[in-house]
Design a protein around this ligand. Structure first.
Ligand code: NAD
Length: 306
């Protein structure tokens, strides 16, 4: 089988070497398309591929249509809003992600952003500590769970809201269960977002929730920019001069936010939650292993379009 890695933003060399070892070791061929500058290059490269590994690359219905032999596509990472699942399903292509492989990297960044905002954006002046503050975790998945674990080391009080995770599974980690989103926001000095971008969650974080945060509250977004209602964020930051917003995914109106609110807002220059050597390698190797297992045994453990 031919396995194509198509990455506009390439994997680290160690990851590609590791993927090659796994793929070729299982008797398949590896092809590489890196730093492509037009989708036409993607269409051409995918034409005879049996399997596809991508990072944030968009697997649109056009890509799916061009991929005549494709049987499986794996997004090396957690979020999979770059895959057109309906188009994959229509063609009988199995789509997977590699959940959990970059979670620690994202969790560490979330805590790092909290420290940054609590310490005057690393400029002189008196800051505050995370110890004793309440952290509200919105979505208790792979990243959310690790954020709870790391935040415990800082001595934070932790609560979480996730309607799809049984309360017992949250409580056993020593994390309080929020009765509702309103409950989470009204009690948390920091709210850390770990929801996926879905039809239900897009633009769901706005004025109504943010205005409930206690004085000095800070929203931490390492999830997706799409979950924020950006106009309402602007409104609430203007009204509440104590609130802060820190994000790994710059808002569409980030320049305006920066100009209006100065040190109360911060966006990383480029999404970097998963940008660690470890996460990069872990996700790439997991993708290769999942593909080889799928071809060898039909395993579909991480299939998204069931
Ligand atoms: P995950 O699939 O392990 O967990 C997602 C959690 O969200 C699940 O527990 C699910 O029950 C919960 N959920 C779904 N809808 C919800 C809702 N409406 N309200 C509350 N909870 C809800 O995913 P993960 O690995 O923890 O990643 C979370 C998100 O973080 C990803 O979807 C992705 O968008 C983002 N992410 C960002 C980066 C980055 O570079 N900044 C890297 C990895 C992941």
């Amino acid at each position: 089988m031919k396995v194509l890695i198509a990455t506009e933003k390439p994997f680290a060399k160690a990851a590609v070497d590791g993927i090659r070892t796994i793929v070729e070791g299982a008797g398949h061929k590896l092809a590489l398309l890196e730093k492509y500058t037009s989708v036409d290059e993607f269409y051409a490269a995918v034409a005879d591929a049996d399997a596809l590994i991508v990072r944030s690359d968009k697997v649109t219905k056009e890509v799916v249509a061009a991929a005549k032999n494709l049987k499986i596509v794996v997004r090396a990472g957690a979020g999979f809003d770059n895959l057109d699942l309906a188009a994959c399903t229509e063609r009988g292509i199995v789509a997977m992600n590699t959940p959990g492989q970059n979670s620690n990297a994202v969790a560490e960044l979330a805590l790092g952003l909290m420290v940054y905002m609590s310490r005057n954006n690393f400029t002189p002046g008196t800051g505050s500590e995370l110890k004793g503050k309440t952290l509200g975790i919105q979505a208790y998945g792979n990243v959310g769970r690790l954020v709870a674990k790391v935040a415990k080391g800082f001595g934070m009080n932790i609560m979480a809201y996730d309607p799809f995770v049984p309360a017992e599974a949250i409580k056993k980690d020593g994390v309080a269960v929020a009765a509702s989103l309103e409950d989470l926001y009204s009690k948390s000095n920091f709210v850390s977002l770990h929801i996926p971008a879905t039809a239900e969650t897009k633009k769901s974080i706005g004025y109504a929730l943010l205005s409930k945060m206690p004085k000095g509250g800070c929203l931490v977004n390492t999830a997706r920019k799409e979950v924020i209602n950006e106009e309402e964020l602007l409104k609430v930051l203007a009204e509440r001069e104590d609130l802060k917003y820190v994000t790994d995914i710059a808002a569409e109106n980030q320049a305006e936010l920066n100009e209006k609110f100065g040190k109360r807002v911060f966006a990383t220059p480029k999404k970097m939650g998963a940008e660690t050597a470890e996460a990069n390698i872990n996700a790439g190797l997991a993708a290769a292993n999942q593909i080889c297992k799928f071809f060898a045994t039909g395993d579909r453990t991480f299939q998204l379009n069931k």
